[in-house]
Design a protein around this ligand. Structure first.
Ligand code: FPP
Length: 254
């Protein structure tokens, strides 16, 4: 497989796929047509991710607050997701992707929940990309749920809590923190997505509507990330070498 990855790609990229509704409305189409077009973008991005050095890709497909949308739009989205999972599982398994879902499963249509469980099983041995789909997902609910389960642990560390948050038990392989969060559609908010995992994520908000986003857009985002200096609260290479400014350099009030 040809690699287009920079030397320090983001290991974990998370995406808020926003703008489907506006994409459809601006074309005089019903909103679900935007979600349908969004599925094509999902295919492009999932295919491009491993080439760019991305190991984990988390897509926000449906938030727990999205149940407030019109019934017909929710039903159309659930049907689309079911079709996607059914149609793509074989291809994803062949490409070496491992699919897992995060979020509540008990409120999903039974057919979709079953299709997801089958996809998780069929792709369990994939090592090239971990594709996580957030469905009926709320970061605050996920944190509460992990906190309840954490109470049973003899010792609680950040790492153990992260494992609980990513759905596994305390012995599971932890999902790395998000390095790069991309939100399409021009809004600049997190909308209850991966609030713990994004503690030090680089945030990239792009105006492009999700159906118009491309593999090239993802490559640009990865290149933007690779040029960022991540300090994690410390000092950067340049700042570490230069002394702190003298207090006298601050203009006096006198
Ligand atoms: C937000 O756009 C998008 C969603 C709530 C759904 C995202 C779902 C998909 C892209 C399709 C299926 C996903 C997978 C993983 C196969 P919006 O409707 O809020 O857009 P707007 O802000 O323009 O109204």
């Amino acid at each position: 497989m040809q690699s287009d990855a920079p030397s320090n790609p983001p290991r974990h990229v998370a995406i808020v796929m926003d703008g489907n509704g506006r994409w459809a409305t601006s074309r005089g189409l019903p909103r679900p047509a935007g979600h349908q077009a969004g599925v094509e973008t999902v295919r492009r991005v999932v295919e491009a991710a491993p080439r760019l050095g991305i190991e984990t890709l988390t897509l926000y497909a449906f938030s727990s607050d999205n149940w407030r949308r019109p019934t017909a739009e929710v039903a159309a989205l659930m049907a689309l997701l079911r079709r996607f999972v059914r149609a793509e599982t074989g291809r994803l398994a062949q490409a070496g992707a491992r699919v897992t879902m995060l979020g509540r499963r008990d409120r999903l249509p039974a057919g979709l929940a079953a299709e997801i469980a089958a996809a998780e099983q069929a792709t369990a041995s994939g090592t090239k990309l971990h594709l996580r789909v957030a469905l009926d997902y709320s970061a605050r609910d996920a944190i509460l749920d992990a906190a309840r389960r954490a109470a049973a642990l003899p010792q609680l560390t950040r790492e153990a809590f992260s494992r609980l948050l990513s759905g596994g038990d305390h012995a599971a392989e932890p999902v790395p923190d998000v390095d790069l969060l991309i939100r399409t559609g021009g809004e600049q908010r997190l909308s209850d997505f991966l609030l713990w995992e994004c503690a030090y994520a680089e945030l990239l908000f792009v105006p492009c509507l999700w159906p118009d986003f491309s593999a090239g857009g993802l490559a640009d985002a990865v290149a933007w990330y690779a040029a960022r200096e991540r300090r994690f609260g410390g000092v950067g290479a340049a700042s570490a070498a230069s002394p702190a400014p003298a207090v006298a350099a601050v203009p006096s009030a006198a």
